[in-house]
Design a protein around this ligand. Structure first.
Ligand code: NAD
Ligand code: DAU
Length: 331
């Protein structure tokens, strides 16, 4: 099978490529990645001999047409992915998440190529902090930020291409991922690398917001289950029942580092900060027989700390610039 992975030099895409090379020896993997600040060639170094990396944009119609024509399936991870950045400058989010996805869809339509679109639970907005309500595939779209609204728009483009043009596509909306190779602008690796440097973790606002954490390996086994056995035109929610407040994440990390439970700082809150996400993944579990393997969040976090300790060369060059950017917004 010829697999075209967009955004394969980013966090989830690189882990997807690693998993695919490891578990599917017959797959021929090509990565299309613009190598923005979030993409790193070295994330693919362990599989460099088995994967072709093409540097370019998903909004480059000629390049995309050529690569899609030579694929059996497109797995579309490429995006601008960070909410805080989208509040500072939404324009690359519109260009990549909307125009880029449109460009890929048109190529997949022309060449009748199977398409899997990676999306986020943030398209549904947020849930109240209190209560046990969860997102389901029929929850109305209600995105809050420039990031999540452009992801919502990209999902709707995919749905329209299925209905209007018969594109063979599926969509998945996943909750918050953690694991190796995640950019240190994101919550968990930012706090891990702060702690490695002896700096106190930074919690937005009161720290009561809840995210539904899933290990990146589990996200990617779910993506393969959908590509292998999913129904064309369907949307699958991916989650592993990992609801945890930001405060509890920070306290767990402080424990891993042997620090006191209150050894953190509260900083300026994110404007429009979504309160709580929670996924009902029963369709994925019941129809496709998927189950997560990384169900011990504390153990997964400790393993992730080990990874950042062992791979300082990978993240260290970016740390000062990331922290300078946060300092400018009081975070
Ligand atoms: P990331 O920011 O780590 O990686 C994004 C990758 O896309 C980078 O390698 C970047 O260089 C590439 N890219 C950006 N613009 C591009 C363009 N115009 N052309 C080609 N490549 C481009 O993101 P991530 O966290 O790995 O997220 C991957 C996907 O998963 C995104 O679609 C995101 O919306 C979705 N998602 C992420 C999470 C999460 O917790 N991180 C959860 C659910 C869904
Ligand atoms: O739900 C899926 C989404 O998860 C993905 O679609 C996004 O691409 C991904 O970035 C993530 O979005 P979040 O905004 O939830 O992730 P982030 O890592 O930015 O923040 C997680 C939570 O931690 C959020 O409530 C904000 C908070 N936070 C974040 C940072 C960077 C802090 O309290 N302190 C911080 O320093």
């Amino acid at each position: 099978m010829r697999v075209l992975v967009t955004g394969g030099a980013g966090f989830i895409g690189a882990n997807f490529v690693h998993q695919t090379v490891r578990t599917r020896p017959d797959a021929r993997v090509t990565v299309l990645d613009a190598l923005t600040y979030a993409g790193d060639r070295s994330s693919l170094a362990p599989v460099a001999d088995q994967v072709e990396l093409v540097e370019g944009s998903i909004a480059d119609a000629d390049l995309v047409d050529r690569l899609v024509a030579d694929a059996d399936v497109v797995v579309h991870f490429a995006a601008e992915s960070h909410n805080d950045n989208s509040l500072g400058d939404p324009s690359p989010f519109v260009q990549t998440n909307l125009v880029g996805t449109y460009t890929l869809l048109e190529a997949a339509r022309r060449h009748d190529v199977r398409f899997h679109h990676i999306s986020t639970d943030e398209v549904y907005g947020d849930l109240p902090l209190e209560g046990d309500e969860k997102f389901t595939p029929t929850t109305p779209y209600n995105p809050s930020s420039p990031y999540s609204s452009t992801k919502a728009g990209s999902d709707l483009l995919v749905r329209a291409w299925v209905r209007s043009f018969g594109l063979r596509a599926t969509i998945s909306n996943c909750s918050n991922n953690y694991g190796p190779y995640q950019h240190i602008e994101k919550f968990i690796p930012r706090q891990i690398t702060n702690l490695i440097d002896g700096v106190r973790p930074r919690l937005y606002g009161a720290g009561l917001n809840v995210r539904d954490w899933i290990h990146v390996e589990d996200h990617n086994t779910a993506v393969w289950a959908i590509i292998d056995r999913g129904t064309i035109g369907e949307t699958y929610l991916i989650g592993a029942d990992g609801e945890t407040s930001n405060l509890d994440v920070v306290r767990t990390l402080l424990g891993v580092f042997g620090r006191e439970a209150d050894d953190f700082d509260h900083v300026a809150d994110r404007p429009g900060h979504d309160l709580r996400y929670a996924i009902d993944a029963s369709k994925l579990r019941d129809e496709l027989g998927w189950t997560p393997r990384y169900t011990d969040f504390a153990a997964g976090l400790a393993a992730t700390v080990d990874w950042y300790r062992a791979n300082e060369d990978w993240w260290r060059p970016h740390k000062a610039a990331v922290e300078a950017k946060y300092a400018a917004t009081g975070q």
